[in-house]
Design a binder for this molecule. Sequence first.
Ligand SMILES: Nc1ncnc2c1ncn2[C@@H]1O[C@H](COP(=O)(O)OP(=O)(O)O)[C@@H](O)[C@H]1O
Ligand SMILES: [Mg+2]
Length: 225
Amino acid sequence: MAEALIRMKDVYKSYGRGENKVNVLKGVSISVDAGEFVAILGPSGSGKTTLMNLIGLIDSMDSGHYFLDELDIQKQTEKSYASIRNEKIGFVFQKFNLISKYTALYNVALPLLLRGESFKNAREKAAKTLARVGLEDRINHRPNQLSGGQQQRVAIARALVGDCPLILADEPTGALDQKTGAEVLSFFQELNNEGKTIVMITHDENIAAKANRMIRVEDGLIYEK
Ligand SMILES: Nc1ncnc2c1ncn2[C@@H]1O[C@H](COP(=O)(O)OP(=O)(O)O)[C@@H](O)[C@H]1O
Ligand SMILES: [Mg+2]
């Protein structure tokens, strides 16, 4: 049996208090096995980013259970979230979220430096990973010297460099033109064929169709056909 990389059960998440309380996730259960390429699809405001933030340990749930790579997240302190993220998850965001004052090389090296690898090792691995995404001749460029598609490839290299079991992407093609977006998607498919687990959030049916499995978020609940 394949091993579940993500196991969520009866997850609730709200924002605000009292009259202003908004219940966003209302009892969500999801299981994703290692090696899957899953799209989480839903209209704007349906709770996709909220769900991604919970999966990615960027935010914490109100109640429910979450196991990430067999680790019981409820038993971890929020202080330990950063190091769990660093070890388990490579993130890709719609707006790339690169650090503008750093070069592509340093942006990609950062997750390794944060986990205490030597500068030499981090630099070598970052350069290799940037070559993997076709940017070997751009390693010393800063984000504002790169196109949107190139910046997203730097972000993908940053998500790959630490060899985390999970890639978590929130609208990764949302800021790209169609052709560049298609390139990012086929790169995800290639990575998945090599065994990476990918969870990709999108509001676009056509993009979701590139994944092997589709989970719909609607009004705080999950549907799977
Ligand atoms: N930090 C927050 N504080 C209050 N409400 C929020 C916050 N983040 C999201 N929401 C609300 O939660 C709902 C779901 O948002 P989100 O998860 O960003 O949806 P999606 O990514 O599907 O567009 C929306 O109604 C949004 O306004
Ligand atoms: Mg969103």
